[in-house]
Design a protein around this ligand. Structure first.
Ligand code: AMP
Ligand code: MG
Length: 507
């Protein structure tokens, strides 16, 4: 293994057309350690996203650049970057874990407002017992899921590419190394604030809070929404973004798996993709992380856990907010916004988003409650028969467009229960605004999600150096509402072996 600050193989600089900036670097040395990524032998491209490249203004020819391949694998310094690993702490599985930090990620800098980070790029002072590396398997999963979530309209960090190497990496078995190049306006986590708060470093806490407010939440200072207090207003804004993010997760059937406070983005972005899963058969108590024996991060626990994490953030920010009452008010924004966003998304999935708003106050209440009850009953029915979550919604969308509900009915074991449900559904549909395009539900209910088994197949092929599986899956996931008839099999039921896949924290 290379020593931590080994001089790079050559001092030749990779010159890119990118104009680099680094606002995080300008915060000063209390927030990070400057260091270069460690080289990775003989890297090769595994996957690349032009959609992410567009954010940086990279022309398609970047994919042919051997220099960029080396630069993004940590083998050559990229001109204009100021690489660093940041320090943070956090609560893991509900317990205070103390200092963590970027143990295997290095922030290169920022291009057009997008921070560029290499994940798996070698040891840092925050690596603790780890090797600073990421394996091919988890890197492909993070890459594909970041881009898939974006295409689903869910707030997320992005991923530009994965580069691989045959360098051996020890996990439960021997695997190989890879680096994901991730993008986000900021990779600052709840845990960054917990870090400085836990050490009583008030100056740093304030500096970091002001940085985030100035760059990402300026309205909280210019037009505070809570008690003329910029910090409380900002906390409320973070609460709101987090509530919206988790509402999306619940609606699409996404299970994050490791909602530790160090994996919670201060911008309300889905981040740190580990043992995540899109549910196949609907099970509200689904636990996607094999390591999470107690089910702390089970699917249906996610909203409550997000709220818990926000309490941890609020606690860290109290020295700035100064008023526990205002902090409490900020936190209280979570439940109503989560509920209304979730209801809205589920109504859209049902094609009932356009139920007319009744005029009389009593009626309005009824309409809302009727939809809420119906959503709950729909999910209970799916859970009872363990119906495939994505296929149900897609078939329902086609049924609504074409009038034939038989393919939906075929998904259920308890047909009488389904028939009763369908009667109620059709009554609600009759009340909904008419004259919509027949296919409108097909634009909110994706045909393709990153099922674990699809990821596994692409990973298996990539291990044999066949990267077409990654590229094909990416292309489909980048347009998840389109039919892609050539890839119909990717929208089918998962094979039997899919339920045996065990994804742990090991990555
Ligand atoms: P995670 O559970 O992946 O979010 O990681 C929790 C903490 O462990 C973070 O500080 C990571 O940087 C660190 N970490 C995870 N895997 C490794 C690794 N292989 N080498 C060094 N640090 C790691
Ligand atoms: Mg993490």
């Amino acid at each position: 293994m290379q020593p931590m600050n080994a001089p790079l193989a050559s001092l030749q600089l990779v010159k890119t057309p990118l104009a680099w900036d680094n606002r995080f670097h300008s915060l000063g040395a209390s927030f990070y350690t400057s260091l270069a990524p460690q080289p990775l032998p003989a890297p090769y491209w595994v996957g690349r996203s032009q959609g992410a490249a567009d954010l940086l203004g990279l022309e398609a020819s970047w994919m042919d650049s051997p220099e960029l391949l080396q630069g993004l694998s940590g083998n050559l310094p990229i001109s204009g970057t100021q690489p660093l690993a940041s320090v943070y702490s956090g609560h893991q599985f509900g317990n205070w874990a103390g200092q963590l930090g970027d143990g295997r990620a290095i922030l290169l800098g920022e291009v057009r407002g997008w921070e560029v980070q290499l994940k798996g790029s070698g040891l840092t002072p925050y690596s603790r017992m780890g090797d600073g590396r990421a394996v091919l398997r988890s890197s492909i999963r993070e890459f594909l899921c970041s881009e898939a979530m974006h295409a689903l309209g869910i707030p997320t960090t992005r991923a530009l590419c994965v580069t691989g190497s045959d360098a051996p990496i020890v996990r439960e078995t021997l695997e190989t190394a890879a680096v994901v190049t991730r993008l986000a306006p900021s990779f600052i986590r709840f845990g960054h604030f917990e870090h400085f708060a836990s050490r009583g470093q008030q100056t740093e806490l304030k500096t970091l809070a002001d940085f985030v407010i100035d760059h990402f939440y300026p309205a909280c200072r210019s037009q505070p929404t809570l008690g003329d207090n910029a910090y409380a207003s900002w906390l409320k804004a973070v609460v709101e973004r987090t509530a919206v993010m988790v509402a999306h997760w619940q609606a699409v059937g996404f299970c994050h798996g490791v909602m530790n406070t160090d994996n919670m983005s201060i911008l309300g972005l889905t981040m740190d993709y580990g043992p995540f899963a899109f549910m196949d058969a609907f099970d509200p108590g689904h636990i996607c992380n094999h390591t999470d024996r107690g089910g702390r991060y089970a699917f249906n626990a996610q909203p409550e856990i997000a709220h818990w994490n926000l309490y941890a953030l609020a606690h860290a920010l109290l020295p700035l907010i100064e008023s526990p009452k205002l902090a409490e008010q900020a936190l209280d924004a979570f439940e109503p916004l989560f509920a209304s966003t979730y209801q809205g998304l589920m109504r859209a999935k049902l094609g009932l988003a356009t139920l007319p708003e009744p005029v009389a106050p009593g009626q309005a209440q009824l309409g809302h409650e009727a939809a809420q009850t119906f959503i709950r009953d729909t999910l209970a029915l799916l859970a009872q028969d363990r119906v495939d979550y994505t296929i149900f919604w897609r078939r329902l969308s086609h049924a609504r467009a074409g009038g034939d509900y038989e393919p939906v009915r075929a998904l259920f074991i308890s047909r009488p229960a389904f028939d009763a449900w369908l009667l109620r559904y059709q009554e609600l549909v009759a009340q909904a605004v008419q004259g919509l395009q027949a296919d409108f539900m097909l634009k909110v209910n994706p045909k393709f999600v990153l099922r674990n088994y699809l990821g596994e197949q692409a990973i298996e092929a990539a291990r044999r150096k066949d990267f077409t599986g990654v590229a094909n899956l990416l292309a489909v996931l980048q347009r998840p509402y389109d039919e892609h008839p050539a890839h119909d099999t990717m929208a089918g039921f998962p094979p039997d072996w899919a339920s045996q896949i065990e994804i742990s924290c090991s990555s």
